[in-house]
Design a protein around this ligand. Sequence first.
Ligand SMILES: NC(=O)NCCC(=O)O
Length: 400
Amino acid sequence: MLRIESGNGGPSPTPSLRDRPAKTREGSLERHIPPGELAEVKRILYGGEPRKLDLPTAALSAAQEKDFELQGYGFEAALEQLRRPRIVRVGLIQNKIPLPTDTAVAIQVAALHRRIEEMVGVAAMCGVNIVCFQEAWTMPFAFCTREKLPWTEFAESAEDGPTTKFCQELAKKYNMVVVSPILERDELHGGILWNTAVVISNSGALLGKSRKNHIPRVGDFNESTYYMEGNTGHPVFQTQFGTIAVNICYGRHHPLNWLMYSMNGAEIIFNPSATIGALSEALWPIEARNAAIANHCFTCPINRVGTEYYKNAFTSGDGGKAHHELGHFYGSSYVAAPDGSRTPGLSRTQDGLLVSEMDLNLCRQVSDKWNFKMTARYEMYAEKLAEAIQPFFIPNIIKE
Ligand SMILES: NC(=O)NCCC(=O)O
């Protein structure tokens, strides 16, 4: 069952940031820092502020009517002589599950399809070229329960499951690349499960899939009960709009995981996630932003919103009381650029669509300035890592 949070009941007017409750840290800054100081505080915290996009009025009204936040920002790059600007609009979608978790599986999936369909419709009005949804977007994040049924029934074929077919229709209809992270059932290999992002070209063709490389063993994120570490490596997908990769949720904590997508040429790395406030909210603004800086690329972390309620209580194996909720998913999806600048985050509590316009030429421009790829000592790290993974590794500690 889903706990309904206040403000969830229907369309609400869009107040100015100063009147808005503290749903984001940017909202708090806007409300409490004197306007004269705000620009300087933002410069220090965020680097250059991306420009606000002028989104179509029809899109803004549709978002308001359908009760989700719509924000748009644009990142600038310098004009070059030999390359045209490579402008792409990326859409990130964060959402609550619309129905209680004990509703029939097929009805929950259908309701999520309907919700995403209306949000993608608005993304199309905003000229979005590539859209990405949150981790395991077709289901509640029920792995905390350690129960198999009914949750494993949400798993689908990445190649021809109903959700992939649904996304292919959206991709064709809107000429949009769709990144669809699902729970995958792999019929070719004994029907086992994976946590997988399916990537669909704007033509509607299936481009491929990328499986979650790092499975959490923290708190109630009991995902290792359901699926193993992915075996697809670090694929990148060359689309008409740019070269993209998907680093699913917990992979965000592993700098080398980001690096490997970047090594394969990713210009935009999506990070569809499901994570909760008590665990990771302080890490959230740092990790993907740092990855954008370190790898000269754009990063796009997305987190779901809301608190999901489970009928059967589960324990955390820590002697504490059994409980019915994993925690509060705090949304706050954002985009970070290679120069360290970033958009404000979407709401901590409300469904939202973040539209970001980026000139991908910025990746090489920042790389030429900071030269992290050139100055890195990959051969030294590779040699040391090869040694460090040996069972009888001797750390290089210098003692008196
Ligand atoms: N979905 C997932 O991997 N969550 C783990 C918690 C986190 O990485 O913040």
